[in-house]
Design a protein around this ligand. Sequence first.
Ligand SMILES: [Mg+2]
Length: 294
Amino acid sequence: MSFEVSWQSQKASVQKIMLNKAVLMKCMLAAILALLLGGCGLRHARVDTHESLNAALWIQTSAEYTATTLQTYRIAASNLDLALADPHWTAALEQVGDYTGLPAAIVLDLDQTVLDTGSYNARIILQHGSHAGESFLDWCQQVTAPAIPGVKDFIEYAVKRGVNVIYNSARNEDLRDCTARNLQALGLPLAEPQHLLLNDGTASTSKEQQRAWVASQYRILLLVGDNLNDFVGGTRTDAATRRVIANQHAGRWGREWIILPNPMFGSWEYSLYDFEYDLSRDERLRRKYPQLQQ
Ligand SMILES: [Mg+2]
């Protein structure tokens, strides 16, 4: 081998080693960059979420919600005994005249009072949507709503004591069939069709007017609901005024008025955007944030 050939060979080897080093460096830099970007990504990536997520999970998964509704219905059963023992007891502001001889009734709202709509709200969250009549009808027709924990025992207790059970709901009339089937599937009583009061869009089927009708036929022992309008009229107003109304009736809560928590939906939320149901989710959020109190 001549000196010239040997030199060329050594030069080629050195160049190859340098090339490999360069490739290795590039690979290491790329790996470090990927780690840095990946780390940043994990720290700052926005998880796609929905403003009702925690509320629905609380209803669907927490022991605390179950404990709360069991507690609530236990108090309701105890108060039912007091109400039956006192012929002058009434829960309805709409109860007028001599009602002492009327048959006894309890009036319950349906959604998040008797029937758990959590799975419908879960659907809304997963689809990044909002409540809509069409999707609610579709869900209702599946007849899958479970009973709120404690409500069945309470209602059975009331029936055993000879008390009529009347449901006063804001559900539309087109939901009558699936609603009645859901009550039946849960073994909840519906003695007569007029014991399921729904809304046909007219003023006469507002909750207040429906209560007035029930009060003309029965002595209302207890009102049970999750919304201020399950108890009293004039609640379609701003949040501060709604709280004033709640305080005006402080002596009724936990006695003849039995309320359950519902952080998923209700007039409490609608009042934050002036009951403008057609607003987009973004616009609702824009109206809600300034109402946070720091
Ligand atoms: Mg309700």
